[in-house]
Write a protein that binds this ligand. Sequence first.
Ligand code: EPZ
Length: 452
Amino acid sequence: MDKLVIRGGHPLHGTVSTSGAKNAALPILIATLLAPGEHVLDNVPELVDVSLSLSLLGRIGCPSLVLDGDSARVRLDTTRIAFSEAPYDIVRKMRASVLALGPLLARQGRARVSLPGGCAIGVRPVDQHLRGLEALGCHFELSGGYVKGVVEHLRGAEFRFDMPTVTGTENVLMAAVLADGVSVLHNVAKEPEIVDLARFLRSMGARIQGEGSDTITVDGVPALRPSRQPYRIMSDRIEAGTYLVAGAITGGAVTVEHAPVASMGPLLAALAAAGCEISTDGPDADGDATRVHLRRSGRLLPVDIDTAPHPGFPTDMQAQWMALMSLADGTTRIRETIFENRFMHVAELSRLGARIQPDGNQALVQGVPRLEGATVMATDLRASASLVLAGLAAHGTTELLRLYHLDRGYEHLCQKLAVLGADVHRVPDDVRVMPAAAPAPAPAAAADRAAG
Ligand code: EPZ
């Protein structure tokens, strides 16, 4: 097991490039099950969750090859499906494996998927996934911690989700594309990763309209075939946002390249309101800016946020925002409206000197002048990110344990932070680390000593 050793307290400067989006790569990798043949995907991030998805596909009978090199290319062969099953030992490590339900039911007519248990941030039920798939003609039984599904005739239907659910929308969408007839899905999630999945499905011949809005309409087709071109997965807006906060919390100047700026509005607005100078440029083929420049030299101002489904402030940036606001000049109210237990980072941030008062689904953050390094423990992916950010700003040495959480969602984190000038090292967790060297004595003191 490794730990991260961060010697913080100095501003970050430089340019970092965003990797492919974890939450787009996972559904797109699994969506390849819908179309027998060879698929080629580009900009696939090197993450534990991606490796787990490839292991899951391998267990189903679909081998893959990760081609090194700049394009982060993955080849997948989904010609044959040997087992229509997502086993517990994979699902327990990555709950997004539940996304195998829709594609396996659509292609094979049956699926057996381990129920994803809860996790640190909440119970994470899948009732909406099952109800949506039942509307398309699927039948389920739960036994022994597994959900077993069968479908005789997958047919288009109208269905309304009780709440916007990202993977719930993705699961039902992936079944609907091969259903017989038209499906109209209401109250769907509008995250950009769902738009990316819809684009990928369309590149395989699916007929989809309305992704990114409240209603998605699907005209089912009898079969899909692999996309003719390598499909490039969108950039990760949460990773990009995390590095922008790294620049803001250390009072530096950071440029993030290949960021999906069009889907980062609420975060960029909050950073500007907090006193950061923000500019964007570098339009991509769609004319969207993809480069964000951030500089923060003045006071950090308190900015209240409520998390919300896209296009609101993303829940996956809530922990990072809390770390930033712990150094604001004033008090900030942060409300978490998506998950019932997503304040696990509060206790650990407090060990670094933050003053945070949780109260139900909201927390009051009273800004302090500085944070002090300490040993802290990660509890979930985005909580880990918030502790890294706080450690970068804290004076002294911070050690972050349980790094496997970070490895799930941040590609080459140490290398990218080092490019920005951070003093961050990954070492085995039994290595004793010398505290940061005490600052050199002021010249006057040295002169006095010399004078005796
Ligand atoms: C996706 O999780 C993301 N994961 C999460 O990112 C993200 O935080 C979340 O969406 C919200 O944006 C992936 O895309 C792989 P939901 P998901 O279903 O789909 C309730 C990260 O850090 N709900 O949109 O599991 C649920 O309890 C991860 O990258 C039901 O009640 O989240 C929650 O309160 C963490 N029944 C709300 O909906 C259901 O059947 C939204 O959850 C499904 C969801």
